[in-house]
Write a protein that binds this ligand. Structure first.
Ligand SMILES: CC(C)(COP(=O)(O)OP(=O)(O)OC[C@H]1O[C@@H](n2cnc3c(N)ncnc32)[C@H](O)[C@@H]1OP(=O)(O)O)[C@@H](O)C(=O)NCCC(=O)NCCS
Length: 187
């Protein structure tokens, strides 16, 4: 373990009442494939569905594992403590395209509507503020993705407006928390 639980640099493992948020390893390829291929899950994420375990492993190398090595943090596997099952991802990711750190969340549909994304994302944001010293954290949300927008609001981010994002045709809603901003007291 590293990061917030041990005080060592590197991607943290974070805990909430029902969840562990821990760094991905290649052993997570199967759930990682599912969260990057099931139409209901990727509906608002502007990505092509992955179609094989090899593709999932490749994306793990190019995305979370690379982010851990480059920035010291990245999306984390969300593990349901009760069962030990990986039920999605959540965590902070630096987006060089816009120079912002984004909190992202994605869960398997059978775990939706139980407050789990909010629980995970609130912890990730707290970690960003307290342990990483971030002054600003954003969430980019497709305007049609009401559940995602609601999670962003519940964790204290506020809608700032719409922004273009490279490779995505329609502008995305930009939610943000900023140190010293109006929303600071809400989290
Ligand atoms: C977005 C997502 C992570 C939310 O997960 P979740 O665990 O169900 O979220 P929570 O239970 O913590 O909160 C969801 C909130 O959205 C609300 N909500 C859910 N569906 C909604 C809808 N269609 N319209 C309006 N509100 C909705 C819920 O009522 C709840 O708000 P409340 O607590 O005020 O009632 C989940 O839907 C998901 O994985 N979606 C696919 C991936 C995705 O789109 N990720 C975000 C990309 S920006």
């Amino acid at each position: 373990m590293s990061g917030a639980m041990t005080g060592q640099p590197g991607p943290a493992t974070l805990e909430t009442p029902r969840l562990l948020l821990r760094p991905f390893t290649l052993d997570d390829a199967e759930p990682f494939l599912r969260m990057n291929s099931e139409p209901e899950i990727i509906r608002y994420t502007y990505q092509e569905a992955l179609s094989s375990l090899e593709a999932a492993i490749d994306l793990m190398h190019r995305s979370p594992l690379k982010d851990y090595a480059t920035w010291g943090y990245g999306r984390l596997a969300v593990v349901l403590k009760e069962s030990g099952e990986v039920i999605g991802f959540c965590g902070l990711k630096y987006l060089p395209e816009i120079g912002e750190t984004e909190v992202g969340y994605r869960l398997m549909p059978e775990h939706w509507q139980q407050g789990l994304a909010t629980e995970a994302a609130a912890r990730a944001v707290e970690h960003g503020k307290k342990d990483l010293g971030l002054q600003r954290i954003v969430a980019l949300v497709d305007p049609g993705n009401a559940a995602s927008a609601r999670v962003a609001e519940k964790i204290g981010l506020r809608l700032e407006g719409q922004v273009p994002f490279p490779g995505i045709k329609t502008p995305l809603d930009l939610y943000a928390w900023e140190e010293g901003g109006d929303a600071a007291a809400a989290v």
